[in-house]
Design a protein around this ligand. Structure first.
Ligand code: URA
Length: 259
């Protein structure tokens, strides 16, 4: 694959902390290059650079534009993506799991849940939310009569486990976001549940914390012009650490059920 990145873009990506296995090192071009600031670009800059890079398809050998991809193409683009170092440490890509993805003739899934990133169990099994926090999440949705197999489609902002389950960096989130947004477009959920601060901030593109946003309906405008009602709620791993917050999550679930 030939990469047509100029020195400036390569330098910017380097400043974002993105390591590309196949990115050739280039000597700085003293004539045409504007000097780069040494500070890390803010989230907005990172998101925009990453969105454009992912859109232009350079992260995958397949040259698939996530904005145009169908379900299978998106899965392939995600699993061959090398935009950040996580592709080197992960065992498996964790794309999503649950109710069948809708075909063009069928309505979308009832409810799509977007979490943060796979952990050790998910990385081992290639499925999202299959560890202890996933079991809590299943029980919570079962309490409002929804099952993973029938009603839910579950995924994460990141498709790979960050080593040691560390919080995904902004650059990693930014690189995945074009995929995630297309994932939501293709799943066409009636309701989107954003589980935890990482998913909320990335999908809603906000700096506002989960504690302020949870329990309040909002909506996500997608690139195809559609709007999806979205409910920010606590991450189940947070509920395991802070059981007293389950009461608030229960009220979020009741609001989802009522919708
Ligand atoms: N936590 C997440 O955010 N996602 C998973 O898939 C598992 C744990």
């Amino acid at each position: 694959m030939s990469l047509q990145l100029d020195v400036r873009r390569k330098t910017l990506l380097k400043h974002m902390g993105l390591t590309l296995a196949f990115l050739p090192t280039v000597a700085p071009d003293p004539i045409s290059d504007t000097p780069m600031a040494t500070a890390t670009p803010d989230l907005h800059t990172q998101l925009n650079v990453a969105k454009n890079e992912v859109k232009s398809g350079w992260v995958s050998d397949l040259h698939i534009d996530p904005g145009q991809a169908n379900w299978i193409q998106l899965q392939k683009a995600v699993s061959t993506c090398q935009a950040c170092g996580l592709c080197q440490s992960r065992r498996q890509t964790v794309f999503g799991m649950g109710a069948e993805p809708p075909s063009p003739e069928q309505p979308g899934v009832d409810l799509m849940i977007v979490g943060e990133a796979p952990g050790a169990d998910e990385d081992r099994l290639g499925k999202p939310f299959v560890g202890v926090s996933g079991r809590l999440m299943d029980r919570m949705f079962e309490a409002i009569g929804m099952s993973r197999e029938r009603d839910l489609y579950i995924t994460n902002i990141l498709f790979w486990r960050p080593p040691g389950n560390r919080t995904p960096t902004l650059a990693e989130q930014a690189m995945c976001l074009a995929f995630t947004r297309r994932h939501i477009e293709l799943a066409r959920p009636k309701v989107l549940v954003l589980a935890g601060g990482v998913a909320v901030k990335a999908v809603l593109d906000t700096a506002e914390g989960i504690t302020r946003l949870r329990g309040k309906w909002t909506s996500v405008r997608l690139d195809d012009g559609s709007e999806v009602p979205a409910m920010p709620t606590f991450h189940p791993a947070f509920l395991l650490r802070t059981p007293a917050s389950k009461r608030q999550s229960w009220s979020d679930l009741l609001a989802i059920d009522k919708r």
